[in-house]
Design a protein around this ligand. Structure first.
Ligand code: CP
Length: 315
């Protein structure tokens, strides 16, 4: 049973990477998000964080979903928010990430939600803080733990459990922190993981991921396809011949979607490149959960905020 009382200050916990969490913690986060979603749907009062809790977002890369979902989550939990504009922060004057984080802690911020282009940035930030908790909202190509929780939530909501599901991750795995976090979490929860995409964009895959050169033959067998955005901003050279060829070989066109079973689902963390990774018509397909994933995002972020403020219970 999860108490609806204001949470108390306990030990410091950070949410950096799902690989650092126990199965019990992941289960707790998913159950808490589901409980919060139910309360919201039934218009029941939501729990609050302790009085005066301040949540700061510090994003060094663009974001629509993650940043605003965290802000919305903090508001729903009764917290104060501070949306720090990285563009106008003193980092532009040469201040280090560590000093920026220390400054936010000195201002009394309780939770820092950080997105940064460098892998390991959230971990570095967490080492600086004595009291403030750090949540990784995406660090370079490394990890995006709350997106992976959203995707687990969406699959559990549709299928009941993850164990035994066959999930194809399709697209630019090389540059994708979502792929890294999702593949780890799916494997840990007992899913069968497949990956496909241009050879130049697959990168090294863990041994438990089955590489598929052509996605089409496996589409009728899979329960879910997780599409990934082509991250052209992270490509130092052209790694695909053309967007047209990418769509023809790996895009979720109507023809490819027709190969999927009626019960299968299509996920994409978004933002999407329409007409490249996914066609407009497939975005409207009832099996496509892209906007559902965004709705789930608020409850997952509420659970993440509660979890770090509760000292990472069930760690
Ligand atoms: N999925 C995701 O991280 O989206 P944003 O970049 O908009 O936050």
């Amino acid at each position: 049973m999860i108490a609806a009382d204001p949470v108390s200050m306990t030990q410091k916990a950070d949410l950096i990477d799902l690989a650092m969490l126990s199965d019990r913690s992941i289960e707790h986060l998913l159950e808490d998000a589901a409980w919060l979603a139910r309360l919201q749907a039934e218009k029941e009062p939501l729990p609050t964080l302790r009085d005066g809790t301040t949540v700061a977002t510090l994003f060094f890369e663009p974001s629509t979903r993650t940043r605003n979902a965290f802000l919305q989550a903090a508001h729903l939990l009764g917290a104060q928010t501070l949306a720090v504009e990285a563009e106008s922060a003193s980092i532009r004057k040469g201040e280090s990430l560590e000093d920026t984080i220390a400054a936010l802690e000195a201002l009394g911020v309780d939770v820092i939600v950080l997105r940064h282009p460098q892998a390991g940035a959230a971990w570095r930030a967490a080492q600086v803080c004595v009291q403030a908790r750090v949540i990784n909202a995406g660090d370079g190509t490394n990890a995006h733990p709350t997106q992976a929780l959203i995707d687990l939530f969406a699959l559990r909501q549709r299928f009941g459990e993850i164990r035994g599901l066959k999930v194809l991750v399709l697209g630019d795995l090389l540059h994708s922190r979502v792929a890294r976090s999702d593949l780890w979490a799916l494997h840990r929860q007992g899913a069968i993981c497949l990956a496909s995409g241009p050879a130049t964009l697959l990168g090294p895959l863990p041994p438990w991921v089955q590489q598929v050169t052509d996605p089409d033959p496996v589409l009728p067998e899979v329960d879910a396809v997780l599409l990934l955005r082509l991250q052209r901003e992270r490509m130092e050279e052209e790694l695909i011949p053309s967007l047209r060829e990418y769509r023809a070989r790996f895009g979720m066109t109507s023809e490819r979607a027709a190969l999927l079973r009626e019960e299968a689902v299509i996920l994409h963390p978004a933002p999407v490149n329409r007409g490249v990774e996914i066609d407009d018509a497939v975005m409207r397909d009832p099996r496509t959960l892209v906007f559902r994933q965004m709705q789930i995002g608020v409850f997952v972020r509420m659970a993440a905020l509660r979890w770090v403020m509760q000292g990472g219970i069930a760690c």
